[in-house]
Design a protein around this ligand. Structure first.
Ligand code: C2E
Ligand code: MG
Ligand code: MG
Ligand code: MG
Length: 284
């Protein structure tokens, strides 16, 4: 009897794996179709100077505009994209779209710094520094208006290559920030190893900042550390005024979060944050 149950369990297990594989393959082919049909879109979330809320930049965040499901967030499909053959194609699209958008804004008289999130494969296949240089050259974007965000998983393999790539990208005038700082295994050792320009404090430390004294201690010392190392520090996940004020009190200069603005379409971003200046340009 026990044997039967075990065999039953085994069969169930196997079919669960098969189902998972099948749904992954389905998602992969849906994503390839979505790329062909141009269903990906970049949203932009404002990044501000905390002291007065003035706009300093925008983070480009991918969305999948699904014909039936509406906007799908990257957490649901980027893990599959990043481990599939589509990875380079979509990463290239993100980079090109964001750089063109930044250049469009620059030409309209709005020097908005745009940050893009790097996929792991971008650093490990092909010559990222060369692609960035080419994009800057063909679009004419001022290099300091481009920022690249990397997470710890991007830094995991092939240190020598990553180091070389970072140096060449920085020589172009493009800044590199360490995203989700504090959530990985070895954040501090990466700060030592790589020539980073700044770090972003992960929102998991910011969300409960006012209520949780451990979070406050972690955020406070991360800000101190950044200053000592000469790094820019950006806080993520600011959802209310009080958190922003508290961060200012701790010496944090820049941040982003729902309090200042959610990620939104390029159109909405222009209307909300660039409208006044765009009008000024057309009136002149
Ligand atoms: P991330 O780079 O850490 O981006 C910040 C995430 O926090 C975004 O989620 C943003 O919508 C969310 N967020 C911002 N402010 C708040 C807030 O006040 N409260 C809360 N609860 N959340 C806030 P999103 O857009 O769903 O992106 C999730 C992750 O997906 C990103 O995390 C990034 O790692 C990845 N991702 C997004 N777009 C791209 C892309 O174009 N390429 C790559 N490789 N990864 C991307
Ligand atoms: Mg990011
Ligand atoms: Mg982040
Ligand atoms: Mg984060």
């Amino acid at each position: 009897k026990a044997k039967l149950t075990r065999r039953g369990g085994h069969v169930i297990f196997e079919s669960a794996i098969r189902q998972e594989l099948e749904s992954r393959l389905t998602l992969e082919s849906e994503l390839a179709l979505a790329a062909d049909r141009g269903e990906f879109e970049l949203f932009y979330q404002p990044q501000v100077r905390l002291i007065d809320g003035s706009l300093v930049g925008a983070e480009a965040l991918i969305r999948w505009r699904h014909p039936m499901r509406g906007y799908v967030s990257p957490g649901e499909f980027m893990p599959v994209v990043n481990t599939s053959a589509l990875s380079e194609r979509i990463a290239g699209w993100v980079m090109e779209t964001a750089v063109r958008q930044a250049r469009g804004w620059e030409l309209s008289g709005n020097a908005v710094r745009v940050a893009i999130n790097l996929s792991p494969s971008q650093l490990h296949s092909g010559d990222l520094a060369h692609s960035v240089a080419e994009l800057l050259r063909t679009t004419g974007l001022t290099p300091s208006l481009l920022e690249i965000e990397v997470t710890e998983d991007v830094l995991l393999h092939d240190e020598v290559r990553v180091l070389d790539m970072f140096k060449r990208i920085q020589q172009l005038g493009v800044r590199i920030l360490f995203d989700d700082f504090g959530t990985g295994y070895a954040s501090l050792s990466y700060l030592k190893k790589f020539p980073l320009d700044g770090l972003k404090i992960d929102r998991s430390f910011v969300i409960d900042l006012l209520a949780d004294s451990d979070d406050a201690a972690i955020v406070g010392s991360t800000i101190g550390l950044s200053k000592q190392l000469g790094l820019t520090v950006v806080a993520e996940g600011i959802e209310n005024r009080a958190t922003a004020d508290f961060l200012v009190g701790m010496g944090c200069e820049e941040g982003q979060g729902y309090f200042f603005g959610r990620p939104m379409s390029a159109d909405a971003f222009e209307k909300t944050f660039l409208a006044a200046e765009l009008e000024a340009v057309s009136a002149a």
